[in-house]
Design a protein around this ligand. Structure first.
Ligand SMILES: Nc1ncnc2c1ncn2[C@@H]1O[C@H](COP(=O)(O)OP(=O)(O)O)[C@@H](O)[C@H]1O
Ligand SMILES: [Mg+2]
Length: 377
C-alpha cells in the first residue's frame, strides 16, 4: 500500500489523541488478520472502522482492549503506552469500555447490577452514583430492577452501553453493536447511541461492515480491507475523494468504466470524454461513476439504452447499457418518464474519480470537485 497523500487526511495534534496505534500486526497461523495498521483517534471523536467481514476489524479492537497481543506494533491510550515491546497493560487497567455484538449482559443480574459490574472495588456510594448517571444517560432509569430478558433488543443495547460508560472510560469500543437489531429498530437505536456518546463527550471507536451506518453515525471513518487501512477521513472526503478504488467501490454505489488518458485532466471512456479533477499518470485507468452523478435524457439518438428500472418511490435506479455492453446506474427522482428500451443521452455531473489500473488498489486518487460538466454522449 502506498502512503496516503497527507492532504487527504485530517491533521491531528498528537497531544489530543485518545488512541494511537502504530504498525499493528496480528497473525493467526498462516492468516495475517491485521497487516500494519496505524490509527489515530482524537479525544471526543466518534471513529468508525469500516470494512467487509473478515478484514480484521474485531482483531484491531481486541488488541486495543488488551484481550489479544499483537505480533508487532504499539498502542497508546490517552498518551500512555499500553502495548509495545516488553509492555502489556492488562485489559482491566486500560480504562477502556467495550460493547459487543451480542451485548454480553449477565442474564441472571438486574439492569442495575449489570451496569455496576465494571465498578467493583469502588465505594458503594460511588457505584450508586455512577450507575444512576449511566442509566439516566441511556434513558433507562425506570428499568433498573428488570432482568435483561425482560427488555427489548434496543433496551438491552442501551444497558450494554451504560455498563461500558459507567466507569468513565477514556475510550469506548463498540463491535457491530447494531447487527442484532431489526432493521426497523436499527436507525433509531443508532441515533440514540450517537446522542448518548456525544452527551457524554465520550471518545469511541465503532466497528461495522455497513457503510451507511459508518457514514451517518461517525465523524471519521477508517476504511479497512485485508488487514490494512486504505483511508481515514471524514465521510464527505471518503465519498468525494476516495484514496483507492476499493474505497470508491465500498463506500457508496459506484460503477467502473475503463478509461484511456486523453490529456492531463481528461479521460476517454465508453460514454465519451470526461474531465478528471486530478492529473492522470498512466494511460489505462478505471473511471468511477456514481449513480447520482449520472443524468439521463430521453433522446432517439442517445448513446445509451435503458435496460431496467427499479422503482423505490422516493427515487428510482435506472440501468443503462452503453457502448461495449457496459452497464451504468443512474439514480433519479420519482417521476417515471423513461421505459425499458428507451434511448437516452448521458451526462456526468462533475469531474470523475479515476485510478490507475496498474497501481490498484492504491492508485492515485482524483478529487471530485464541484461543478457540472457535460460528457459528450
Ligand atoms: N482467534 C482466531 N484464530 C484464527 N483466526 C482468526 C481468529 N480471529 C480472527 N481470525 C481470522 O482473522 C481474520 C480477521 O478476523 P476479524 O478481525 O474477526 O474480522 P472482522 O471483525 O473484520 O470480520 C479472519 O480471516 C478471521 O478468520
Ligand atoms: Mg468482527
Amino acid at each position: 500500500m502506498s502512503e496516503l497523500d497527507p492532504s487527504e487526511t485530517t491533521p491531528v495534534d498528537p497531544a489530543s489523541l485518545a488512541l494511537s496505534c502504530r504498525g499493528l500486526v496480528k497473525r493467526f497461523g498462516a492468516t495475517t488478520a491485521v497487516d500494519g495498521v496505524d490509527l489515530d483517534v482524537p479525544r471526543g471523536s466518534l471513529t468508525a472502522l469500516l470494512g467487509p467481514s473478515g478484514c480484521g476489524k474485531t482483531t484491531v479492537l481486541r488488541m486495543v482492549a488488551g484481550l489479544l497481543d499483537p505480533d508487532a506494533g504499539t498502542i497508546d491510550i490517552d498518551g500512555r503506552r499500553v502495548t509495545g515491546p516488553a509492555r502489556t497493560v492488562p485489559p482491566e487497567r486500560r480504562n477502556v469500555g467495550m460493547v459487543f455484538q451480542d451485548y454480553a449482559l449477565f442474564p441472571h443480574l438486574s439492569v442495575v447490577r449489570n451496569v455496576a459490574y465494571g465498578l467493583r472495588g469502588r465505594s458503594r456510594r460511588e457505584r450508586r452514583r455512577r450507575v444512576d448517571e449511566a442509566l439516566s444517560l441511556v434513558g433507562l432509569s425506570e428499568l433498573g430492577d428488570r432482568l435483561p430478558t425482560a427488555l427489548s433488543g434496543g433496551q438491552q443495547q442501551r444497558v450494554a452501553l451504560a455498563r461500558a460508560l459507567a466507569p468513565e472510560p477514556d475510550l469506548v469500543l463498540l463491535d457491530e453493536p447494531f447487527s442484532n437489531l431489526d432493521a426497523s429498530l436499527r436507525a433509531s437505536v443508532r441515533e440514540d447511541v450517537r446522542r448518548i456518546l456525544h452527551a457524554a463527550e465520550q471518545t469511541a471507536v465503532f466497528v461495522t461492515h455497513d457503510q451507511e451506518e459508518a457514514l451517518s453515525l461517525t465523524d471519521r471513518v477508517a476504511v479497512m480491507e485485508a488487514g490494512r487501512i486504505h483511508q481515514l477521513a471524514d465521510p464527505q472526503t471518503l465519498y468525494t475523494r476516495p484514496a483507492t478504488r476499493f474505497v470508491a467501490e465500498f463506500v457508496g454505489e459506484a460503477d467502473v468504466l475503463p478509461g484511456r488518458r486523453a490529456g492531463r485532466y481528461l479521460v476517454d471512456t465508453p460514454i465519451g470524454r470526461l474531465p478528471t479533477a486530478r492529473p492522470l499518470e498512466g494511460m489505462d485507468v478505471a473511471v468511477v461513476i456514481r449513480p447520482e452523478s449520472l443524468r439521463l435524457r430521453g433522446r432517439l439518438d442517445g448513446a445509451g439504452e435503458v435496460a431496467a428500472i427499479s422503482y423505490f418511490g422516493h427515487d428510482q435506479l435506472v440501468q443503462v447499457t452503453v457502448a461495449d455492453g457496459h452497464v451504468l446506474r443512474s439514480r433519479r427522482g420519482p417521476h417515471l418518464d423513461l421505459e425499458r428500451g428507451d434511448r437516452v443521452a448521458l451526462e456526468v455531473l462533475g469531474p470523475v474519480v479515476a485510478f490507475d489500473h496498474d497501481a490498484d488498489p492504491s492508485g492515485t486518487p482524483d478529487a471530485a470537485a464541484s461543478g457540472t460538466v457535460a460528457a459528450s454522449a
